[in-house]
Design a binder for this molecule. Structure first.
Ligand code: NAD
Ligand code: UDP
Length: 329
């Protein structure tokens, strides 16, 4: 039987690169696409020798062309870290709006099923806890995070519209904070920030009083949830995340223990609109997909720490991502 072909956008990023590996492992032909704005070819260079892997360097906010048959599309291209989308706000808005439109058009033309990466940020600074898929959210459209949150909300709306009006096979995953190997050490997200600081012998910077909560999911669990959702027949949004909640202060203490650093915690001001509480209600994923997170934080953090320790000094001290200059004008 001929292999199925899947297009993965954001392939050189953290989650995209893990998805490429998983689908190659499942005997798919994988077409990766990325413009490298926040990603890195290093994340996928080991895949280039694979006969079933191809890669296109392309900005999906412009017209997307892929020759031949496409059975599935995973749209994962988008900056995902608050400091990234503050630096490249317009590109962030474009990739989840214009980019999603282009990929939905491609899916229609190729008769493919498409799954788009949404986020817990559609709930904004939530007033309902834990967050269920039925909650509409509390988003400030014109705040600093609005460029990401509103683009993702638009992405969900246009994806649903293609499903309803064109009968397109669509899936929407709402991803909660995910971590693991191949995150960019300098992307500003809390886990690489803390581990990077510990490895450089710097104090760990907790924003606010550190009483805000997050619930961290290990990458392999997320990828498994995405895989199950893609092959389910459920078209409404599904939360995928770990429901073990922790305050950021406690998280910093865990990283101090994990790394054995002598550094201490220092407190910095809380960024505007930083959500105070975040924890997914995963009943839907459990019931519809039979999915549950399996990897404990202690286990996932150990694997991730080993990865960060294996990086070069250059990576450890790099302040800016190398392609930002090309895009920031
Ligand atoms: P990432 O920055 O590591 O990866 C994103 C990738 O998309 C990068 O390789 C980047 O170069 C690429 N990209 C961005 N704009 C593009 C464009 N216009 N054209 C082509 N490629 C483009 O981030 P990630 O953590 O891997 O996130 C991947 C997806 O998952 C994003 O859509 C993000 O919103 C979503 N998500 C992630 C998390 C998380 O915790 N990591 C949480 C919620 C949602
Ligand atoms: N945070 C922190 N110190 C850092 C980086 C982040 O205290 O050096 C906090 C941030 O304010 C937020 C939480 O950690 O409350 C998670 O931040 P991240 O950027 O990882 O993701 P978010 O869930 O906010 O999108």
């Amino acid at each position: 039987m001929a292999k199925k072909t899947i297009l993965i956008t954001g392939a050189a990023g953290f989650i995209g690169s893990h998805l490429c590996e998983r689908f190659l492992g499942e005997e798919f032909r994988v077409v990766g696409m990325d413009n490298l704005i926040t990603g890195d070819l290093k994340n996928i260079e080991h895949l280039f020798k694979h006969a079933d892997f191809e890669f296109y360097e392309h900005d999906v906010s412009t017209f997307v062309h892929v020759p031949g048959n496409l059975d599935y599309i995973l749209h994962f291209a988008s900056p995902a870290s608050p400091i990234d989308y503050l630096k490249i706000p317009i590109q962030t808005l474009k990739v989840s709006s214009l980019g999603t439109h282009n990929l939905l058009g491609l899916a229609r033309a190729k008769n493919s099923r498409i799954l788009v990466a949404s986020t817990s940020e559609v709930y904004g600074d939530p007033l309902v806890h834990p967050q269920t898929e039925e909650y509409f959210g509390n988003v400030n459209p014109i705040g600093p995070r609005g460029v990401y949150d509103e683009a993702k909300r638009f992405q969900e709306a246009i994806t649903m519209a293609y499903h309803t009006f064109h009968g397109l096979e669509t899936r929407i995953v709402r991803i909660f904070n995910t971590y693991g190997p191949k995150m960019r050490l300098n992307d500003g997200r809390v886990l690489p920030a803390f581990i990077g600081q510990a490895l450089r012998g710097e104090d760990l910077t907790v924003f606010g009083e550190g009483q805000q909560t997050r619930s961290f999911c290990y990458i392999d669990d997320l990828v498994d949830g995405i895989y199950k959702l893609l092959f389910s027949d459920y078209a409404k949004p599904v939360n995928i995340g770990n429901n073990e909640e922790i305050t950021i202060k406690e998280f910093a203490e865990e990283i101090i223990e994990l790394t054995g650093t002598n550094q201490k915690i220092v407190y910095k001001s809380l960024p505007q609109d930083d959500p105070m509480q975040r924890k997914p209600d995963i009943t839907k994923a459990q019931e519809v997909l039979g999915w549950n997170p399996k990897i404990k934080r202690s286990e996932g953090l150990k694997i991730t720490y080993e990865y960060f320790k294996s990086l070069t000094k250059d990576d450890l001290y790099k302040k800016e991502h190398n392609t930002f200059e090309k895009y920031i004008r």
